[in-house]
Write a new protein. Structure first.
Length: 198
């Protein structure tokens, strides 16, 4: 089993990555490395922010493979928002419920739209020793709901219905989401690189 540091403190994301990578990898996150502080995400793209996290994480964990992601929701009717601000859409101290509430308010202002097309996008960056080793992207298209559906998942999941389905990610089983999601698709591409053990 090989060790991989996932540069996040988000337990939901870590569980998702560990489930997708399987038993070949022991996935740790920043909760197991409290001495590591990631640099501020100042990028204006998902890739730029993922690189910032991967590089700063790898400098704090010499010798370890470090994986970082930056991801978010892009809604066409909102000009691509919340985008890179997805985790802080309702403010710097906002939680997921606050962000969903703000999204519902903003969507409600766009009454001229009969359907709110959007997508989740994820960029993943693999680094070691302050050097970027590989970058992948993944996305899943769908549409947004004005009312939450289901209590599963996290973030905006209960408001997002992926194309080809009638239920939101808040209702769909984790196994289904782990095959469809933006993070799953970016990670599937990254998994091929990880299989080489670099």
């Amino acid at each position: 089993m090989s060790a991989l540091l996932f540069a996040t403190s988000n337990a939901h994301k870590t569980e998702e990555v560990a489930a997708i990578l399987g038993r070949a990898w022991q996935v740790e996150d920043l909760r197991a490395h409290p001495h590591i502080t990631l640099d501020e995400e100042t990028g204006d793209t998902f890739e730029a922010n993922a690189i910032i996290k991967a590089l700063s994480g790898s400098r704090g964990a010499p010798g370890m493979l470090v994986l970082a992601d930056d991801s978010g929701l892009e809604v066409d009717a909102l000009g691509g928002a919340p985008g890179v601000r997805s985790a802080r859409y309702a403010g710097e101290t906002a939680n997921a419920a606050d962000n969903r509430a703000k999204l519902k308010v903003e969507l409600a202002k766009k009454a001229m739209y009969s359907r709110f097309a959007g997508r989740f996008h994820c960029c993943m960056v693999l680094a070691r020793g302050g050097e970027v080793l590989h970058i992948t992207h993944g996305s899943v298209a769908g549409h947004l709901l004005l009312e939450e559906q289901g209590a599963g998942g996290f973030g905006y999941d209960s408001l997002f219905v992926p194309d080809g389905f009638t239920d939101s990610f808040g209702v769909l089983p984790a196994e289904t989401k782990n095959q469809l999601s933006h993070r799953a698709r970016a990670l599937a591409a990254m998994k091929k690189k990880l299989a080489t053990r670099l």
